[in-house]
Design a protein around this ligand. Structure first.
Ligand code: UT7
Length: 332
């Protein structure tokens, strides 16, 4: 069986920086509260008319392709992870395919929110390992700022989420014990309503009503405390699962890239595994929580900083809405 290598990483973030201090103008919050509870100092908001979920994905993808040193026409398949697609349907994968002028290859959208990148990595790995495809483009991209509300009512979501995109090029390799060593995916739908955007959905005959515009039910909802408690338990468990599956120990990890949900969650996991600061990558301070884009943006920045050179063991893990969670161990 083949193995799957990550041969190129890229990212793009919109130019508009929104600091915590800026948010103080719109809601009862403070830079110190947001910094202490989440670690976030600023996030990026998209520019209307310039950035869309698909277009940001294209920019990240072009960077990943250029760094991989491949011709974009070599790509056999597209996987696009997002909870904030350009349209209700079709998915953003086909828009990226059109915008990039790629061949008429398949384009699959993944809807597992914060775990979207890990799920996408796993799907890509299965396609490549079995020989179905040789080169896959995996993108995570989010435009979340246009469905959060800068008000007291929207505060719990508004302080956390941001926009951006990341991408990786995955390619078949014949070298054993390299590339994606394993992926581990989980879900528990009994908590579906704890982090959700209910409307517009298909439960009512009329998908959007004037009431929904007024009562705030078009806004996403998060039971932050509950999500936090499940996140810390499941992040740890799914990382242990990955290590055990590969008979590895925590100190074999060269770099842990947790989904950037909350700096306190990352610090808790770091402590559970006894990892030093330099082995845990965090950039939530600059971008907030960019959901499916957070891990590939972090991967790309870690690569730029020389942290994921050849032979390094990188562990990625995510938890979020669904609940869904997962991990991946990759030997670069
Ligand atoms: O990526 C998807 C997964 N998502 C996550 O992993 C998020 C997980 N959850 C969290 O990160 C945290 O629960 C939050 C950062 C969302 C909230 O932090 P918390 O420590 O759970 O705050 P809380 O909701 O329990 O609120 C504590 C206090 C309350 O005041 P009182 O009742 O103690 O006086 C809130 O009213 O903080 C207040 N508060 C705020 N104050 C200023 C809540 N949100 C804010 C705010 N600014 N933005």
């Amino acid at each position: 069986m083949y193995s799957t290598q990550i041969i190129g990483v890229g990212h793009y973030v919109p130019e508009t920086i929104i600091t915590n201090t800026e948010l103080e103008k719109y809601m009862d919050t403070s830079d110190s509260w947001i910094t202490e509870r989440t670690g976030i100092k600023e996030r990026r908001f998209f520019t209307e008319g310039k950035d869309t979920t698909a277009k940001m994905g294209v920019k990240a993808a072009n960077m990943a392709i250029q760094r991989a040193g491949i011709d974009k026409m070599d790509i056999d398949f597209i996987i696009f992870a997002t909870l904030s697609p350009d349209y209700y349907f079709p998915g953003s994968g086909v828009l990226l395919q059109r915008e990039m002028g790629l061949r008429h290859i398949g384009a699959l959208d993944i809807r597992t929110q914060c775990s979207g990148f890990i799920y996408g990595l796993s799907v890509a790995d299965q396609f490549i390992k079995t020989g179905m495809y040789k080169t896959i483009l995996l993108v995570g991209s989010e435009t979340q700022s246009n469905f959060i509300e800068l008000s007291n009512r929207g505060r719990s979501m508004a302080v956390i989420f941001g926009d951006g995109a990341g991408a990786v090029v995955l390619q078949r390799s014949e070298q054993p014990n390299q590339g994606i060593l394993s992926t581990h995916l989980h879900a528990d739908g009994s908590y579906a309503e704890e982090l959700m955007c209910q409307h517009p959905g298909t439960q009512r005959k009329q998908r959007i009503t004037p009431d929904m515009l007024n009562d705030g039910s078009l806004l996403p909802y998060m039971n932050g405390n509950m999500v936090f408690k499940h996140a810390v338990v499941n992040f740890e468990a799914v990382i242990r699962e990955a290590l055990e599956a590969n008979q590895l120990q925590p100190d074999n990890i060269d770099l842990l890239i947790p989904h950037q949900a909350n700096l306190r969650i990352s610090q808790y996991i770091q402590k559970q595994f006894g990892l030093p600061d330099e082995k845990v990558f965090n950039n939530i301070q600059k971008y907030g929580n960019t959901t499916a884009a957070s891990i590939p943006i972090a991967l790309s920045e870690a690569w730029e900083q020389g942290l994921i050179g050849r032979g390094k063991l990188v562990c990625m893990a995510a938890f979020g809405s669904g609940f869904t969670w997962g991990s991946a161990l990759v030997r670069f």
